[in-house]
Design a protein around this ligand. Structure first.
Ligand SMILES: NC(=O)c1ccc[n+]([C@@H]2O[C@H](COP(=O)([O-])OP(=O)(O)OC[C@H]3O[C@@H](n4cnc5c(N)ncnc54)[C@H](OP(=O)(O)O)[C@@H]3O)[C@@H](O)[C@H]2O)c1
Length: 342
């Protein structure tokens, strides 16, 4: 039976918030496999703020998505047929599969996923790229020490919610900054953060002064802009700032807003360092093992916000920038028994 693929390709480079016109929805037949290739049915697509950066015609840590190319995305799928001895039909894999129903891969960047360890959506979330970002960003770059105060922004999101919980596991105080009362309640009631700040209704600089009276030891920055400035204004001596992302700036039409008060790094003998999760790819299995153990022990929770339908991709993707997602935003492209059961 000949298979048909539906996919979103990049049609233009948007200025500001992307709209549906940035992509074209295409239908095409699935071609035959060449030796070494694998045909994967895409089940769950990870929607990540970084995808906005990949749409820009700008040199970054990876080349931009070309016009006419399938929209790059990490995803999880099931091997349908294989001409690659490393990946057998019926197995689950994650990797850069793209925003489409079927992916033909040469195996590069594919990781086999074991559905006995956790339900499949967890491998796109806490046991996937965003969980790895929280784990290595906090532990390797943030270097938290028990008793210290760790502050994280976009705290109810995929990366932020895991950062705060790992901080607690390591004996730190965790303070989250998130948009809205419901997300803040989730942080303190469900995830045991010590405090939460609603940046939409509170003055963050003042709220940080109250919730972190001895100053911030580690600030894990997911948003940049004014919230980064508020954190810089409340550092403890020797603080570490982890630059993970700057989502408040991703749809700017002008230059990125840098922190005006960066001299507090000098005053507080603090450091600010960027981290990229892909640098830790060789160590993912180690992190997955430890995080799966914390999950089994009830110490680490994750929430997934799953939206159905490949064709909803453009509107679902931009939810990230309005804070409409609650937990890891995932696009469900197809049902699989183990996905449906999750
Ligand atoms: N360095 C790396 O290797 C790496 C890897 C993965 C992710 N990241 C970065 O980590 C950050 C979080 O990504 P994620 O996947 O975990 O997304 P997420 O937190 O699940 O979703 C994005 C959240 O950002 C918040 N947000 C959006 N616009 C904002 C604004 N203007 N000001 C403040 N908050 C805003 C919203 O939460 P509220 O409702 O609370 O506003 C939204 O829910 C992003 O900056 C991303 O680029 C970096």
């Amino acid at each position: 039976m000949s298979l048909v693929n539906h996919r979103f390709i990049l049609a233009s480079r948007p200025v500001g918030m992307p709209t549906r016109e940035a992509w074209a929805y295409r239908q095409e037949p699935v071609r035959d496999l060449q030796p070494g290739e694998v045909l994967i049915k895409v089940l769950l697509v990870s929607l990540d703020p970084a995808m906005r950066g990949w749409m820009r015609d700008q040199h970054s840590y990876s080349p931009p998505v070309g016009i006419g190319e399938v929209m790059r995305a990490l995803a999880l799928g099931k091997v349908v047929s294989s001409a690659n001895p490393k990946f057998q039909a019926g197995k689950y894999v994650s990797g850069p599969l793209g925003v489409q129903e079927y992916c033909i891969s040469d195996g590069k960047g594919l990781i086999e996923v074991d559905p006995r360890v956790a339900p499949l959506p967890k491998f796109v979330s806490v046991l996937g790229m965003t969980g790895m970002t929280a784990y290595f960003g906090l532990l390797e770059t943030g270097q938290p020490v028990a008793g210290e105060t760790v502050v994280v922004s976009a705290a109810a999101g995929a990366v932020g919610s895991i950062v705060g919980q790992i901080a607690k596991i390591k004996g730190c105080r965790a303070v989250g900054i998130a948009g809205g009362a419901e997300k803040c309640r989730y942080l303190t009631k469900d995830l045991s953060f010590d405090a939460a700040i609603d940046y939409k209704s509170e003055k963050v600089t003042d709220a940080l002064r109250t919730t972190c009276p001895a100053g911030i030891n580690v600030y894990f920055d997911n948003v940049g802009g004014e919230i980064l400035e508020a954190a810089l204004a409340n550092l403890a001596r020797g603080a570490r700032i982890v630059i993970c992302g700057a989502i408040s700036q991703y749809n700017n039409t002008g230059a990125i807003q840098g922190p005006r008060n960066y001299m507090s790094l000098l005053v507080k003998r603090a450091s600010m360092k960027g981290m990229l999760v892909f640098d830790y790819a060789a160590r993912y299995p180690e992190a997955i093992r430890e995080m799966a153990g914390w999950m089994a022990a009830g110490k680490l929770k994750s929430r997934e916000d799953i939206v159905d339908g490949l064709e909803t991709f453009p509107e679902t993707f931009v939810k990230l920038f309005g804070g409409e997602n609650f937990g890891k935003l995932i696009l469900r492209v197809a049902d699989d028994e183990s996905v449906a059961a999750a």
